[in-house]
Write a protein that binds this ligand. Structure first.
Ligand SMILES: [Zn+2]
Length: 287
């Protein structure tokens, strides 16, 4: 009886996984040429992203900001970054996404994320680190690349935390039929682990890719890409002084700033070819 049940469970699991296995394959990053192994489809990732966003927003601790001084700069920067994404090598995917940004009123949390499907959140606690709209553009350009380059999906496919594999694939199948809530591991792989207390740092190759393509997007959006260097310097100074969720999932590498400087001429050429946009100071927090 027990053996039969196990067999049935195994067959059920195979039934769930088979369609996913068939949709898996290798992709090549259009900017870096890096080859990526992905076991989920973009449409499954979009559904998971939307569900993760709903789960974050339904958390009673998450209070959307009501202050236009906080909301408007974030919306402005997000809109310009999204427009740049729609002109980028990710244009096709960026057009498919249902972009949306929420400003979460939480001055203690320095964090921001973008999910597959284009749902984004910025916590007010990141304002002092971003400082200006150009600094925020560096943060959001970086985050949007994690979503467009399918880094979350890649982490799920790699099953970087071993327990992730089966749970995530089962979830992908469940989300497809609208029946599953996302578990901790899936939330962590998508980059919203802080929400469920399971932080999963992005790997160095993902961080490099997000840095590189992120400054190209920020520059194309009209923001000075050199702000990214200043941003990561401030981020480094902050990391000793309190809980910075962003730093836990975006580990600082010694090479990060060197690499940014190496890529800067390419980003500056884009920036100088565009009308620059005003990059006002972000509002002070803790009022
Ligand atoms: Zn990152």
């Amino acid at each position: 009886m027990r053996a039969l049940r196990t067999t049935v469970q195994t067959m059920t699991l195979l039934g769930l996984l088979l369609p996913l296995a068939l949709s898996s394959g290798c992709e090549t990053n259009p900017y870096t040429g890096r080859s990526q192994f992905l076991m989920t489809s973009v449409s499954e990732e979009i559904k998971m992203g939307a569900q993760a966003y709903d789960q974050v927003k339904s958390d009673p601790k998450m209070k959307p900001s009501q202050d236009p001084r906080e909301i408007e700069p974030v919306k402005r920067v997000a809109a310009r970054i999204v427009e740049a994404a729609k002109r980028s090598k990710y244009a096709e995917m960026a057009q498919q996404f249902q972009w949306e940004v929420t400003v979460i009123k939480d001055d203690q949390t320095a964090n921001a994320f973008a999910l597959p499907g284009g749902k984004m959140a910025v916590y007010t606690g990141i304002f002092p680190i971003a400082k200006t709209e150009a600094g925020l553009a560096a943060v959001m350009g970086h985050e949007v690349v994690h979503a467009l380059a399918r880094h979350g999906a890649e982490r799920m496919s790699q099953g970087q935390a071993t327990s992730i594999g089966v749970q995530v694939l089962g979830t992908a199948a469940g989300v497809g039929t609208g029946s599953a809530a996302l578990g901790q591991a899936t939330m962590a792989a998508l980059g919203v682990g802080a929400q469920v207390g399971m932080l999963l740092p992005f790997s160095r190759k993902h961080e490099s890719e997000a840095d590189y393509i992120g400054i190209l997007l920020a520059a194309d959006a009209g923001y000075d890409p050199r702000e990214s260097v200043a941003l990561w310097e401030r981020m480094g100074q902050m990391s000793g002084g309190g809980p910075a969720e962003f730093m836990s999932t975006h580990p600082s590498h010694e090479t990060r700033i060197d690499q940014l400087k190496k890529w800067m001429p390419e980003a500056m050429a884009i920036y100088q070819s565009k009308p620059s946009v005003p990059a006002a100071e972000l509002p002070p927090i803790g009022r």
